[in-house]
Design a protein around this ligand. Structure first.
Ligand SMILES: Cc1cc2nc3c(=O)[nH]c(=O)nc-3n(C[C@H](O)[C@H](O)[C@H](O)COP(=O)(O)O)c2cc1C
Length: 348
């Protein structure tokens, strides 16, 4: 990577971001991805923007191309798997996908908290539903793409039947993703976080694992947790991790603790509903990681939450995470963040 390419890249994203941030966040998201698709179709720009960093990580039976992935929620419907890999990510987690399509919460539901370099969202699992997502996934079946399938339940499904919703996503997606994530930690589906309760988790994992037994290939199933759990709840998670042979934990989803914000607290409390992501949640997510690691050195961990430079990425790796993911940091910093992180964390 030459100095000229890096500088060009930086200025391109600064310009791109200036324009994008004039639009509401959801529109900007679509424009950005369509813009990237267009730019990558122009050979000279494709050469500047495409970044391939190979430093394989063997984790839960999968060979990841590198340790940095795009977190769930950015590509809910598996539309940008190719683009995100071309930008340099080693893996892409699509979803959260639900059995039936759903619109999510009314707009506005995504807010930029610029001074905090954070986002606040109450999207509510807007997605096209598993049938359409599987159609999209079929387009990206290449050995160089590592895809995670993050699954959830429809808003109207009562918690007592939630396990069936996870299975309804798991079965049709099974052949098209490399790993699964049981998401019980988004704050924007009423009562979803109650599924982090021990008995409910056991019910979900039992069902998924029974189906997995009937398959030729055994695909790993991870659990994504909230950063707002008490130590008692985390102890329960560790117990279920072992009893149900969960393959790894993803720590963490967004927080509903608005005290983490420095500049936008008043706004967040006024809006009331929504999870915070980005720089302000790093300490909280790291505290959960540190607790889990202290309690049990054998846990397999993926770290996400507040990574926005190489240093914050290293903090997660130093806490024992073998893989890391970003979302909000990428919105604020663009592709430069991927290069920054991967060049510094090599062989860490
Ligand atoms: C707009 C938005 C939508 C998200 N949607 C999902 C989702 O559907 N499923 C999920 O598991 N996490 C979702 N997340 C959480 C992210 O995957 C990630 O765990 C969280 O944002 C913390 O990482 P970050 O600080 O790098 O953004 C979403 C985050 C944002 C900002």
């Amino acid at each position: 990577m030459t100095f000229v390419t890096l500088t060009l890249n930086f200025f391109m994203y600064s310009f791109f971001k200036f324009i994008l941030f004039l639009f509401p966040p959801e529109i900007a998201h679509k424009l950005a991805m369509q813009g990237i698709r267009l730019v990558l179709s122009i050979p000279v720009l494709n050469k500047i923007l495409t970044f391939s960093f190979v430093e394989p990580v063997n984790f839960t039976g999968i060979k990841f191309k590198n340790k940095l992935g795009m977190a769930a929620g950015f590509d809910k419907n598996a539309e940008y798997v190719d683009l995100l890999h071309k930008l340099g990510f080693g893996f892409v987690e699509i979803g959260t996908v639900t059995p039936e399509p759903q619109d999510g919460n009314p707009k506005p539901r995504l807010f930029r908290l610029k001074e905090d370099e954070a986002l606040m969202n109450r999207m509510g699992f807007n997605n096209l539903g598993v049938e359409k997502v599987v159609e999209n996934l079929k387009r990206f079946q290449k050995p160089e793409y590592i895809i995670g399938g993050n699954i959830g339940k429809n808003k109207w499904t009562p918690n007592e039947e939630a396990h069936l919703d996870y299975l309804k996503c798991f079965i049709p997606m099974y052949d098209y993703v490399d790993y699964f994530v049981v998401n019980v930690s988004s704050p924007n589906t009423p009562n979803l976080r109650a599924l982090q309760d021990k008995e409910t988790l056991i019910k979900i994992f039992e069902l998924l694992q029974n189906h997995r037994k009937s398959q030729v290939l055994s695909k790993p199933i991870y659990l994504k947790i909230a950063p707002d759990l008490t130590e008692g709840q985390l102890d329960d998670i560790i117990a279920v991790y072992h009893s149900m042979r969960i393959d790894a934990l993803i720590v963490s989803n967004t927080t509903i603790d608005y005290e983490v914000l420095n500049h936008n607290k008043v706004f967040a409390y006024k809006e009331k509903m929504g999870g915070i992501s980005g720089r302000p949640i790093a300490n909280k997510a790291n505290a959960v990681l540190a607790y889990l690691r202290r309690k049990d050195a054998s846990l397999k961990l993926i770290g996400v939450g507040g990574i926005d430079n190489a240093q914050s990425a290293c903090e997660k790796l130093n806490l024992g995470c073998e893989l890391i993911q970003v979302y909000t940091g990428f919105v604020y910093k663009g592709q430069a963040l991927i290069k920054d992180i991967l060049s510094v964390t090599t062989s860490k």
